[in-house]
Design a protein around this ligand. Structure first.
Ligand code: SAH
Length: 248
């Protein structure tokens, strides 16, 4: 069981697999006023940077679930590196339908809401692991500018314009699901550069190391296309943020 190989190649050197920087992740942790021993579940935990740094900085405890064996392994190594391996654990598994044995103070899905079939389904899933008065964290894209065509949407990690909302409509969507939006930290264009541009050097080095791999043609095509696509489309059209929600 694993995610499509392209992500394990292009994001192999990423610690954070979304447009957040270290500073944004720290700002989110501070914004949530996390107390020591706060229990956090993270579905689609990637390389574990959120749980590991918050365990170091705020003494939280937590579990991450991720379907990439590479990222899950990197998460365990990161926990050891930061000396928090007793506080956080990482499970390599499909997180669809995952409900924690012990209810959590914070239940998160940061940039992987397809796990629950979209924002509403993911919130429903996270709620099953949440204590009363707990906080749900959802990381999700939104349109900074509405794409004029479906072709533009497709250049921005969407299948269609209707995949994402504008920011006010996304907030309204959370409220219609009967959640209070209690905090939010938004990524910026420099964050998108860190997420996207870091893939280019990784791809270039991978191509040098794996010239005869069956996958080389696909990676080469992606390296050719990605920089221009990023500056022309993703960087201009797509926003991204993490929203903290509490059930009403
Ligand atoms: N939250 C992390 C990772 C976001 S990228 C971060 O912010 O760094 C999306 C992640 O979802 C990837 O790590 C990918 O491996 C994981 N993923 C994709 N499908 C999944 C599934 N069905 N179950 C669990 N994890 C999944």
């Amino acid at each position: 069981m694993d995610i499509p190989r392209i992500f394990n190649v292009t994001e192999s050197a990423h610690r954070i697999h979304n447009p957040f920087t270290d500073a944004k992740l720290a700002a989110l942790g501070a914004a949530l006023r996390l107390e020591p021993e706060t229990r956090i579940l993270d579905l689609g935990s990637g390389s574990g940077e959120m749980l590991c740094t918050w365990a170091r900085d705020y003494k939280i405890v937590g579990t991450g679930v991720d379907m990439s064996s590479l990222f899950s392994e990197q998460a365990k190594l990161r926990a050891q590196e930061l000396g928090v391996e007793k506080r956080v654990s990482f499970i390599h598994s499909d997180a669809a339908g995952y409900v924690a044995d012990e209810k959590c103070d914070v239940a998160a899905c940061v940039g992987a809401t397809w796990i629950g079939g979209g924002v509403a389904g993911t919130i429903d899933l996270l709620k099953k692991s949440l204590k009363d008065n707990g906080i749900i964290l959802v990381g999700e894209p939104y349109w900074r500018q509405l794409p004029e065509t479906e072709e533009i949407a497709k250049k921005c990690f969407a299948n269609s314009v209707s995949d994402f909302l504008m920011l006010p409509e996304l907030i309204e969507h959370f409220q219609k699901l009967r959640y209070d939006v209690v905090e939010m930290v938004l990524a910026d264009q420099e964050g998108w550069d860190r997420y996207e541009a870091a893939k280019w050097l990784t791809m270039r080095r991978w191509l040098k190391a794996n010239p005869n791999d069956d996958f080389a043609k696909e990676v080469r095509a992606e390296l050719d296309a990605a920089p221009k696509r990023h500056v022309k489309y993703t960087r201009e059209y797509l926003g991204w943020g993490v929203f903290a929600l509490m059930p009403r």
